[in-house]
Design a binder for this molecule. Structure first.
Ligand SMILES: C[S@@+](CC[C@H](N)C(=O)[O-])C[C@H]1O[C@@H](n2cnc3c(N)ncnc32)[C@H](O)[C@@H]1O
Length: 291
């Protein structure tokens, strides 16, 4: 029955309502929605193809997303595909956060601007009509998404390349394929996911300690997963731990499997890995070879 329907987004919702479905309770993850054979959603009244139909996030999930991202007044939040602006407005109202909402549908942008004005947060909330695939969101410290898995995956390289390390990305219902989240949280039957943009640290790094030992590590990186090899004073050693979270890296190296391990915590700053205070590392690690 559903497959016979015509997929104009608002028309579809009206048709489902006429068929007796409580469409207000629907989300993109509901089986009926997910089973539809979409080939692009068309905005009501305008010649716009949407990558994702408009389905607003429930208020409880909006709050859970803001909590999961640990949004504060220090953040700049971007909602890509912002709909009526509810995530940006909630962050502004409840956390004093500056936010930007981008949506390709001008009707949604009008609604979002009105909503921000109505709630008195227009000085914190900016809404722009545009395609999320092309918009500049590089000054975000938090990005929220309620798109679709394939759209997330299409967006993934831009998130990884253009956002600063440490930026949090939170998605309602849809994951990022083989980029595993740092955290997943269930809100009833819906999952929300959080990723932290990792610094790019693949390559060979070298640094010297206070007592003049030279450490070298060769790191491979896939998203936030690090692996590799280590040397101490030119002799192959054991890289016991290699972790990255945002711009912070933890490396633990020992001479052999059963000897005392030395741990280093460094921050990726520009082209160097700088020792976090109190570390035994004397010089910044410099990259002597790219992967
Ligand atoms: C599922 S709704 C989410 C709305 C809002 N973020 C929320 O969580 O309530 C997806 C939104 O993405 C917008 N959208 C779809 N394709 C887009 C594109 N290429 N660029 C920008 N917005 C897009 C739709 O107009 C719709 O408002």
């Amino acid at each position: 029955m559903y497959r016979d329907l015509d997929f104009d987004d608002d028309e579809l919702i009206d048709e489902l309502r006429d068929l007796g479905y409580n469409i207000d309770d629907y989300s993109l993850t509901d089986p009926e929605f997910r089973d539809l054979d979409f080939e692009g959603y068309i905005s009501d009244g305008a010649d716009i193809i949407l990558d994702v139909p408009y389905v607003p996030t429930d208020e409880k999930i909006v709050n859970a997303m803001l909590d999961l991202a640990e949004v504060t007044s220090e953040d700049v939040l971007y909602d890509l595909g912002c709909g009526d602006g509810r995530i940006v407005v909630a962050a502004a109202l409840e956390r004093n956060t500056r936010g930007v909402g981008i949506d390709v549908d001008p009707m949604r942008i009008t609604e979002a601007i009105e909503y921000a004005a109505h709630t008195g947060v227009e000085y914190l909330a900016t809404f722009m009509e545009g395609d999320l695939m092309e918009a500049d969101f590089s000054d975000a410290t938090v990005v929220t998404l309620y798109l679709l898995d394939l759209v997330n995956i299409q967006l993934r390289p831009r998130l990884l390349d253009e956002l600063r390390p440490g930026t949090r990305v939170v998605s309602h219902a849809f994951d990022m394929g083989d980029w595993k989240p740092e955290q997943r949280q269930s809100c009833g039957s819906i999952n929300i996911y959080k990723w932290i943009i990792p610094a790019k640290v693949a390559g060979t790094w070298e640094w010297t300690t206070n007592d003049n030992d030279t450490y070298r590590v060769e790191l491979k990186q896939k998203y936030q997963q690090l692996s590799g090899k280590a040397w101490i004073n030119g002799t192959e050693a054991v890289l016991k731990t290699a972790l990255i979270k945002g711009d912070l890296i933890e490396l633990v190296v020992s001479q052999h499997n059963n000897t005392r391990a030395e741990g280093f915590i460094m921050r990726s700053v520009g082209h160097e890995l700088i020792a976090v205070e109190g570390e035994r590392q004397a010089t910044p690690a410099v990259r002597i070879m790219k992967p």
